[in-house]
Design a protein around this ligand. Structure first.
Ligand SMILES: Nc1ncnc2c1ncn2[C@@H]1O[C@H](COP(=O)(O)OP(=O)(O)O)[C@@H](O)[C@H]1O
Ligand SMILES: [Mg+2]
Length: 314
């Protein structure tokens, strides 16, 4: 079932800034969905719209088939959001936060207690119960915040850059937590990130956005396959050599989406191996001082760079 369906979403702030410019995508129930975009792409704005905190200028959003603006009260019972600024009260302990949250959402006492115990043991948070949340590191605080947001048993959990600024251990702990939530609570997780590796490792679906609009949505595997065909890498000893070669190479083979990365030319190839051979002969025949030439597989970083590159910068 489709958990979230966004169509042609536009958000223009009063200042005139167009943060969302006709964004569309769908999120399936029970998946971890990553919205990937550079700073300023519009990720936080989108989360604020999806969690009914901001009204869009135009476009539609439905969750589980319900229009989120017509049925806002019901939608709010479906969702939880861990925003960039933590929602947890850092002066209180996790237990106190959880009790407060359950009162806010009118969860009966006995049920709240059961749920609290389940979440604490499930996420292995026993040792963080005693002291105020502020006494723990940023990474632990974030995890406590997520546990708190699971008190209401949301259908969709929104996480805005959940691992930003964390060290690798904290990130791994956070990824484990998200995988557990997906596997055992069946919660749909919608997260934003600008870490490519995170999206690749963790998520079922990635939507790459730029300037308030989606560029592509697919599985990490399919995104890599998308560019896998026929990428050619030619290495040089300097960036200058790579650059001057690129200008001539255009006359030898058809270069698609070519770009310079440090001292390498990386390009999609129209004719696969035949182009590799032609380029190789040309380099050798003309005594061009290159270090190596090969066909490479693409990773999520290539996909991201390729798809978000400004045309004029290529
Ligand atoms: N409250 C606001 N008022 C005006 N402009 C905003 C506001 N919030 C964000 N913006 C602008 O909207 C664009 C998208 O911002 P944001 O959604 O925060 O992107 P991201 O989370 O991807 O970094 C940026 O140009 C930002 O400066
Ligand atoms: Mg943001």
């Amino acid at each position: 079932m489709t958990a979230i369906c966004v169509e042609n979403l536009v958000k223009t702030y009063k200042s005139g800034v167009q943060a969302l410019t006709g964004l569309s995508f769908t999120v399936n129930e029970g998946e971890i969905f990553a919205l990937l975009g550079q700073n300023g792409a519009g990720k936080s704005t989108l989360i604020n719209v999806l969690t009914t905190y901001l009204r869009p200028t135009s476009g539609s959003v439905s969750m589980f088939g319900k229009d989120i603006y017509r049925e806002t009260a019901e939608i709010r019972t479906y969702i939880s959001c861990v925003a960039q600024r933590t929602s947890i009260d850092t002066h209180l302990s996790l237990t106190e936060n959880m009790i407060f949250q359950s009162k806010l959402y009118k969860i009966p006492k006995s049920e709240a207690k059961k749920r609290m115990e389940l979440l604490v043991s499930y996420f292995g948070l026993e040792r963080y119960l005693k002291y105020p949340v502020s006494s723990y590191s940023g990474g632990v605080r974030r995890r406590l915040d997520i546990a708190l947001n699971m008190m209401t048993n949301p259908k969709v959990l929104f996480l805005d850059e959940p691992t930003v600024g964390m060290d690798i251990q904290s990130r791994i702990a956070m990824w484990d937590m998200m995988k557990k939530i997906r596997a055992d609570f069946g919660t749909t997780i919608f997260l934003t990130t600008h870490y490519l590796e995170e999206a690749n490792q963790l998520c079922d679906t990635i939507c790459i956005m730029k300037n308030g609009k989606e560029i592509i949505q697919d599985t990490p595997h399919a995104l890599c396959e998308y560019l896998r065909q026929d990428m050619l890498e030619i290495s040089f000893s300097s960036k200058e050599e790579a650059k001057s070669c690129l200008d001539y190479l255009k006359n030898v083979i058809t270069l698609e989406n070519s770009d310079l990365r440090h001292d390498k030319i990386i390009t999609s190839l129209k004719n696969g191996r035949a182009d590799l051979e032609r380029a190789n002969h040309w380099l050798l025949d003309n005594g061009i001082p290159f270090l190596g030439i090969k066909i490479i597989g693409s990773n999520i970083e290539d996909v991201f760079i390729r798809l978000t590159a400004d045309k004029e910068a290529c």
